[in-house]
Design a protein around this ligand. Structure first.
Ligand SMILES: [Zn+2]
Length: 81
């Protein structure tokens, strides 16, 4: 019995499908990189301070240090104890 790569289906898979998938992945990666480059560098919460790697627990957006602290406290206060 022929191995998969020797079949007509296998040939199409390796010669057409795999390159198409690889190309699609590259396009996704390029799009994600472009999106990250255009991400706002200013905190979306106060629109004043530069955003840091700290995330707003409500929206998941990168916010500045003071906003993060305030949002964090609000988040904690809303949690049931
Ligand atoms: Zn802020």
């Amino acid at each position: 019995m022929a191995d998969f790569f020797q079949t007509r289906m296998g040939q199409k898979f390796y010669e057409a499908d795999v390159p198409r998938i690889a190309k699609a992945l590259e396009r996704i990666a390029d799009a994600l990189e472009a999106q990250n480059r255009s991400a706002p560098s200013v905190c979306p919460h106060c629109k004043e301070q530069p955003a840091t790697h700290k995330l707003d627990p409500f929206s998941g957006q990168a916010v500045c240090e003071p906003c993060h602290k305030a949002l964090r406290e609000e988040w904690d206060s809303r949690r049931p104890r």
